[in-house]
Design a protein around this ligand. Structure first.
Ligand code: NAP
Length: 269
């Protein structure tokens, strides 16, 4: 699996990781399948796992904890604090609770899930830096922040950097292309593309057959290849089925050409 640098951290993260939204809520057979899918993904090098305290009110983090048992050193764990916990003490206790559910000693990347205006960003970021000093998270990032909000969050962090902004980005959702991605490219922040398969609404009929045949890719693979074309972007598709995980992991072995990238962009532009 190809790896890329996370922001300016020198940490290498896989270009395709795994999302976990709506995972961990099912029981019995469904849960076993999800665990298998996550473990297969790790085997295939999709070692960055994205979760959040909000997903299933902690059940996704618990599932991730189960999936990574005995493999902590192989994985890069991303989790998020919800906006209603942005007060100083709440950030610290939310992170502790996530760490407990995940069964780890620290997370790798801790994100503010969504911008919020209830608590001053300076207070929230002070707590995020405290988590870094206590060794509870290695890196800090944001999610769903505009350029202006990212800049403000960065100003509120005297000692640390913002490593990434996790935002919705896919062939069919391109709002971040105009301002946010160029900003992240300039400032060396990683863009973590969420819902890269448009939450499963893959526009198969609209993707030219000529491209699918040329590269021997499925529509989902072409979407993941396209979304990670820019060096600053990595993607976190969610797949609860092993066959989907295998397909997603194989999406970036070959790179589509610059011309084909542009052509595909125009089909959906
Ligand atoms: P997604 O990854 O765009 O799509 C997931 C759907 O695609 C699932 O139904 C999955 O099916 C299906 N799928 C996966 N691989 C496939 C393949 N090769 N062929 C056909 N279908 C395939 O959607 P998402 O869950 O919205 O986004 C991904 C992750 O981003 C989330 O899980 C979460 O971790 C993160 N996220 C973050 C935020 C945020 O605010 N920061 C918001 C939304 C999502 P199966 O599950 O049946 O395999």
């Amino acid at each position: 699996m190809e790896k890329r640098e996370l922001g300016r951290t020198r940490e290498k993260i896989p270009v395709v990781g795994m999302g976990t939204w709506e995972m961990g809520d099912v029981y019995n057979e469904g849960r076993v399948l999800e665990l298998k899918a996550l473990r297969r993904g790790i085997e295939l090098g999709m070692t960055m796992i994205d979760t959040a305290e909000m997903y299933g009110q902690g059940s996704a983090e618990k599932l991730v904890g189960q999936a990574i048992k005995g493999m902590r050193d192989e994985v890069f764990i991303v989790t998020k604090v919800s906006p209603d916990h942005f007060g100083y003490d709440d950030v610290l206790s939310s992170c502790e609770a996530s760490i407990r559910r995940l069964g780890v000693e620290h997370v790798d990347l801790y994100l503010l899930h969504w911008p919020a205006h209830i608590v001053p960003i300076e207070e929230t970021m002070k707590a995020m830096e405290e988590l870094v000093s206590r060794g509870k998270t290695r890196y800090i990032g944001v999610s769903n922040f505009s350029v202006a909000q990212t800049l403000k969050a960065r100003e509120a962090l005297p000692r640390s950097e913002i490593a990434c902004n996790e935002v919705r980005y896919s062939l069919t959702h391109r709002a971040v292309e105009s301002e946010l991605i160029p900003f992240c490219e300039r400032e060396k922040l990683t863009v973590i593309a969420y819902s890269p398969l448009d939450s499963g609404k893959i526009p198969s009929g609209k993707i030219p057959n000529s491209l699918l045949e040329k590269y021997g890719m499925t529509p989902a693979q072409l979407m993941l290849n396209w979304v990670t074309h820019k060096e600053a972007v990595v993607a976190i598709p969610k797949a609860s089925r092993v066959e989907h995980v295998e397909e997603d992991a194989a999406a970036v072995g070959t790179r589509i050409s610059g011309d084909d990238y542009e052509a595909l962009s125009r089909v959906f532009g």
